[in-house]
Write a protein that binds this ligand. Structure first.
Ligand SMILES: [Fe+2]
Ligand SMILES: [Fe+2]
Length: 135
């Protein structure tokens, strides 16, 4: 079940960022799929581990990029990233301890991702456009 469906409204126009965002959508969908009956706990854990690792990598790429363009809202953007990483690592720890995690977490992650790209990531896209207009 694809719960994170890519659309052009998520496109930043920055190739590396778009590639990573698409891969994050796929990772969330893969995690959602792993909640299907018959999937082993080890597979759910592997999907969550991948998602956390890839999310951290993406945030590092994005934060480096925002520093390069002197984005003024870097600090608050990084705070949102840190909150999500803490939440995702909490879920990861629960799975590692064998505690139940419900499929609803994937809806949370999909919604977070869509919101974050549209409302927060687009902030540096707009900033860059304005900066380029000024020359
Ligand atoms: Fe971001
Ligand atoms: Fe992003």
């Amino acid at each position: 079940m694809a719960i994170a469906i890519w659309s052009s409204r998520f496109e930043t126009g920055i190739p590396i960022i778009d590639t990573q965002h698409k891969a994050l959508f796929e990772a969330v969908n893969k995690l959602a799929d792993s909640f299907k009956a018959g999937t082993s706990a080890a597979q759910v854990k592997a999907s969550m581990d991948f998602l956390v690792k890839y999310t951290v990598e993406h945030f590092q790429t994005e934060e480096k990029y925002m520093r390069e363009i002197d984005y003024p809202k870097l600090t608050s953007h990084m705070a949102e990233h840190a909150q999500l990483v803490a939440k995702a690592q909490g879920l990861q720890a629960k799975l590692a301890e064998g505690k139940p995690v419900t499929v609803e977490v994937t809806t949370f992650l999909a919604d977070w991702l869509k919101h974050h790209i549209n409302e927060v990531d687009m902030g540096y896209v707009e900033f860059l456009k304005a900066k380029n207009r000024k020359g």
